[in-house]
Design a protein around this ligand. Structure first.
Ligand SMILES: Cc1cc2nc3c(=O)[nH]c(=O)nc-3n(C[C@H](O)[C@H](O)[C@H](O)COP(=O)(O)O)c2cc1C
Length: 190
């Protein structure tokens, strides 16, 4: 780590193994509050979150909307889908700010989750059609991301049950590109 940064940003990670332990209502409220306070284009807040608890009737069908590689998410107490209606956010610069704004909101939620001792693992691996059907988003909604929310678990406790793909991922240290690849001062240089 190059500089001292907030511990919630430094320590946040996307766990591949969740505990089945439930999320306390107070903590769920806190992560939702953090998501609410994200900035958005014209303060449109076009995002819609649907949190699905493992006991909810819609849970099985939401789980089935995930790609097989995201089967690890089934253990988490909550799986949430984030959608937005593109018509309800800025169209400036021809850019999809509904998706950008939803991402900012999910990041706020993720940092607060870390602060609360929880973890978030986002997923793009899902069938949009199946997510819509499972949780009731209309065709006007684009499903931007699905995420698992819960407590991170020590993978060693379930090591033998993990797929080799997940094991490989766990043993890899978290990495980022060198800073010079992405950050410039004064002028961009490809
Ligand atoms: C938009 C988005 C989609 C992602 N989709 C998946 C996914 O479908 N399955 C998965 O296991 N991880 C997924 N991830 C997690 C990334 O692989 C992870 O954030 C990245 O490898 C960096 O690891 P870290 O979050 O632990 O820092 C996704 C993350 C984001 C932000």
């Amino acid at each position: 780590m190059r500089s001292n940064i907030l511990k919630e940003i430094k320590n946040r990670k996307s766990p591949a193994v969740f505990k089945t332990k439930d999320v306390e209502k107070k903590k769920l409220d806190a992560v939702i509050e953090a998501a609410r306070w994200a900035p958005s284009c014209f303060n449109n807040q076009a995002w819609n979150y649907v949190f699905v608890h493992k006991k909810d009737k819609t849970r099985k069908s939401l789980e089935k909307s995930l790609t097989p590689g995201n089967g690890w998410a089934r253990k988490a107490p909550y799986i949430a889908a984030v959608g937005a209606d593109p018509k309800k956010d800025c169209k400036t610069n021809g850019l999809p700010y509904y998706a950008y704004d939803a991402g900012l909101s999910v990041m706020n939620l993720s940092i607060e989750a870390e602060h609360q001792g929880l973890s978030v693992h986002q997923m793009a691996g899902f069938s949009e059609k199946k997510v819509r059907k499972a949780i009731g988003f209309s065709k006007d909604h684009r499903v931007i991301v699905v995420f698992a929310l819960g407590y991170d678990s020590d993978p060693k406790s379930v090591w033998d049950k993990l797929s080799s793909r997940i094991k490989d991922r766990i043993v890899q240290p978290r990495q980022r590109k060198p800073v010079d690849d992405n950050f410039f001062f004064g002028k961009f240089e490809a």
